[in-house]
Ligand binder design. Structure first.
Ligand code: ATP
Ligand code: MG
Length: 291
């Protein structure tokens, strides 16, 4: 059985910056793979490459093979070599993504109900308004938005950060994708809400047999949801393995320093956190980024 997603030697370059330098990753149907690395290590650039969402300034090479569910298309297709309309079919319907900042990912002047319903009708244009509304309410209920039906007409600013992230999860899952890419989905949230969202994602992943690429700079968070983890440093995978092993017996010094940078209950409060050592000079790490 070929993997659901097979990334081979992916490279992404923005001008002189090599953001992704020959990344190869495989993801099986229903599997959760964690992608971890410090800020600027190329996590978002890799994710956006899968969906063809990097702007024209990005030079992308390699192969991103996807097990297409289109019945007329039995073979793996290379997402980097699809015409825009074929890629649109895959994006949103077969592969969905949730982003780090829930407020910027939602349209502030459109009711959340309409935004969720539009995600559904974008891929099922034959649905009536009433059908789409019913589907949207069910999707909001599935992510535990309280009183979803009566809050259908409310706007994003009327919800909390955690609720907005739930709404984005509802939008991502409404078309029953086979792969969900979650790029730092809990980083903007406080710790309690972060735990609730992680639980929700894990629950939905199990219920739908969904494959997930879970991205975070925090190895401890990744370890909670992913069964396997790939560690990215300066655009290269330095270590891959089962999360339990990476969390307890990391082999690569960089993975060890990522773990040491995570505070635990036993970390003395007055002790400064470990600094993650990188091959990249600090000036490169501080360059502006989008993700
Ligand atoms: N649109 C862009 N134009 C120019 N450089 C970019 C662009 N997007 C990303 N980069 C650069 O590519 C590198 C990788 O960025 P990327 O956004 O993938 O990092 P990341 O691992 O997602 O970091 P973070 O954890 O902060 O989100 C960085 O050096 C960044 O400055
Ligand atoms: Mg990012």
């Amino acid at each position: 059985m070929p993997p659901l997603l097979d990334i081979r030697e992916l490279r992404v370059r923005f001008g002189a910056t090599e953001a992704v330098r020959g990344v190869s990753l495989q993801l099986d149907e229903g599997e959760v793979l964690g992608l971890v690395g410090e800020s600027g290590s190329g996590k978002s650039a890799s994710a956006l490459a899968i969906l063809g969402l990097l702007g024209p300034s990005a030079l992308v090479s390699g192969r991103i093979l996807w097990q297409d569910s289109d019945p007329g298309n039995q073979a793996m297709i290379d997402l980097l070599r699809q015409p825009p309309n074929a890629l649109r079919q895959v994006r949103g319907r077969q592969i969905a993504m949730i982003f780090q900042e829930p407020m910027t990912a939602l349209n502030p002047v459109m009711s959340i109900g309409r935004q969720v319903a539009e995600c559904a009708t974008a891929h099922a244009p034959s649905w009536t308004g009433r059908e789409a509304k019913r589907k949207a309410i069910a999707a909001l209920e599935a992510v535990a938005i309280p009183e979803a039906a009566s809050r259908y007409g409310d706007y994003p600013h009327q919800f909390s950060g955690g609720q907005r992230q739930r709404i984005l999860i509802a939008m991502a899952l409404i078309n029953r994708p086979r792969l969900l890419i979650a790029d730092e989905p809990t980083t903007a949230l406080d710790v309690t809400v972060q735990a609730q969202i992680l639980d929700l994602l894990a629950q939905l992943q199990r219920e739908h047999g969904l494959a997930m690429l879970f991205i975070s700079h925090d190895l401890a968070v990744v370890g909670q949801v992913a069964s396997r983890v790939a560690v990215l440093r300066s655009g290269e995978v330095v270590e891959t393995g089962p999360s339990a092993r990476l969390l307890t017996a990391p082999v690569h010094p960089y993975t060890r320093s990522l773990l040491a940078a995570v505070p635990t209950l036993r970390t003395p409060r007055d002790q400064p956190l470990a600094v993650v050592r990188s091959k990249q000079p600090v000036s490169t790490l501080d360059t502006p980024r989008t993700g």
